[in-house]
Design a protein around this ligand. Structure first.
Ligand SMILES: Nc1c(N[C@@H]2O[C@H](COP(=O)(O)O)[C@@H](O)[C@H]2O)[nH]c(=O)[nH]c1=O
Length: 336
């Protein structure tokens, strides 16, 4: 059950809404074609198919069936008979999985999806749905839409990150969720550079239409994977990557932000890194943003009492290591 406080009322004329993928902002829908994905070297036509496949890490054949569909709606329909076999924690993890799917959609369609997101300026984004007031909001007779609008809120979160910290989005870690498998393999980190290499490789041998239907042959990607692996190792040697997030009870990554300021979006990630002491420079490298940006976020965290500044040399650490508390100012989906 979602608590009543999570529901929002939007005035249609003030919002960017989308219902059909053919509408001007239809590309924001997970059902929209033209935003192909490649995860673990596997081609997936839409974020909807990726999201639905994530229900079934333990049923690779069902994942294959979902991924093989040409239409995102059919992908969703194919998952329906198996819904009661979704991973047992699905309701707890689905928001975070959707957040990750949207990041994958952006990193792999940087120009097209990025442009579309930014063209919504700073208006509320709302999925106009006839019956789903969880992911979207349902219209009423007063030209309003009412719902939790999780998808719209995740898109607004992503838009703010794109505006304020685009570099943060240029690599995508798998979410901190156990058993996140695609066809039996753990989901890998993605980076903008690797994505373009992969796409180049695929385009050489297959049309975009074809890759939607079949799995990319491992051999075609082997050479690229070797290069990527080397690069990842090098990044790790230089401590230059955000390490895969560990599951930690004290941080709820399933939150939805109320305030669409990149600071509040980054804060849980920052706090997680600060379970051990870090300098500004360390954090700038980890998050791939300028040190002044990190300094600004750290100062905000210190003011909120979430981060403690240590001296000689200057280092920072999270104050919530032992308190096991949730973040203030973030609107958490407690019931999720
Ligand atoms: N747009 C749209 C839908 N909504 C989409 O379905 C996804 C959630 O799936 P689930 O959690 O399995 O209910 C999410 O991407 C949401 O935006 N559902 C539809 O049946 N038809 C539609 O036209």
């Amino acid at each position: 059950m979602v608590s009543a406080s999570q529901y929002r009322t939007y005035n249609r004329q003030e919002c960017i809404t989308f219902r059909k993928t053919s509408e001007p902002f239809g590309g924001l829908s997970n059902m929209a074609g033209g935003y192909p994905l490649l995860v673990n070297g596997i081609s997936i036509l839409t974020s909807e198919a990726l999201y639905q496949a994530c229900r079934f890490p333990h049923l690779p054949d069902v994942q294959k069936l979902i991924i093989a569909q040409r239409s995102p709606m059919t992908a969703k329909m194919k998952s329906k008979p198996y819904r009661n076999q979704s991973r047992p924690d699905w309701d707890k993890v689905r928001v975070n999985i959707m957040r990750w799917c949207l990041r994958v959609k952006l990193i792999q369609n940087w120009e097209r999806f990025g442009k579309l997101l930014l063209s919504t300026q700073d208006k509320p984004i709302v999925e106009d749905s006839p019956k789903d007031n969880f992911w979207g909001a349902i219209p009423n007779d007063s030209n309003q839409l009412i719902g939790v609008n999780v998808l719209g809120r995740l898109l607004m979160e992503l838009r703010e990150l794109l505006k304020q910290s685009p570099d943060f989005l240029k690599s995508v870690e798998p979410p901190a969720i156990s058993d996140l498998l695609l066809l039996d393999k753990p989901i890998e980190r993605l980076s903008l550079k690797e994505v373009s290499i992969h796409k180049h490789e695929i385009n050489k041998s297959q049309t975009q239409e074809q890759i939607g239907l079949e799995l990319v042959e491992e051999t075609k990607l082997a050479q690229v994977d070797d290069q990527n692996e080397e690069q990842v190792k090098e990044d790790q040697r230089q401590n230059n990557v955000i390490q895969p997030y560990q599951e930690q009870k004290s941080i709820n990554f399933n939150h939805l932000p109320e305030v669409y300021d990149a600071f509040y979006i980054i804060l849980p990630y920052l706090e997680q890194q600060l379970h051990t002491e870090h300098t500004i420079q360390d954090l700038a490298e980890i998050f791939k943003v300028r040190p002044v940006q990190i300094k600004d976020w750290l100062e905000q965290g210190v003011k909120l009492g979430k981060i403690k500044k240590l001296s000689k040399p200057v280092r920072y650490i999270s104050t919530s290591i032992s308190k096991n508390e949730e973040m203030p100012l973030l609107d958490l989906l407690k019931s999720e």
